[in-house]
Design a protein around this ligand. Structure first.
Ligand SMILES: [Zn+2]
Length: 136
């Protein structure tokens, strides 16, 4: 594998060797992915590095999906300061525990907890919730 930048892993199709790799996310965003650096995708053209969650990478030439792009190892690096990293199973257990507490649960509380737990697994959360006094 060719490496121009020691910090970036150049994306190459394992099937045909093409470096034209497409990046898709929830069928909304589509762009050419050229490299991975510091746990973020580098896209061709004007773009900002994209967090890797839910990314699908496929060869533009032959359609082979690139698998084994490991960012689980990256996740602990993105845990909020002062918090302990959680693995996925522990985060789900904590969420289940909250929902199974006696009495009804509040959707807002559950969402806040879910966002907090996701951050502790190192996942990127793009947006903040609406402020309490938001008109909508
Ligand atoms: Zn290919």
């Amino acid at each position: 594998m060719k490496r121009d930048n020691p910090d970036a892993e150049t994306l190459v199709c394992p099937s045909c060797g093409s470096t034209e790799i497409a990046y898709e996310r929830d069928a909304v965003l589509r762009a050419d992915a050229v490299a991975i650096r510091d746990g973020a995708l580098i896209l061709a053209g004007p773009s900002v590095p994209q967090p890797l969650d839910d990314a699908r990478l496929a060869c533009s030439a032959c359609g082979t999906e690139l698998e084994g792009i490991e960012w689980d190892a990256e996740r602990p690096l993105h845990v909020p300061e002062g918090r302990s990293p959680l693995d996925d199973a522990k985060a789900l257990d904590a969420l289940a525990e909250k929902l199974n507490e006696p009495g009804c649960w509040n959707g807002g509380d559950v969402c806040e907890l879910a966002a907090d737990l996701l951050r502790c697994t190192g996942r990127h959360i793009e947006d903040e919730p609406y402020p309490e006094d938001h008109p909508s």
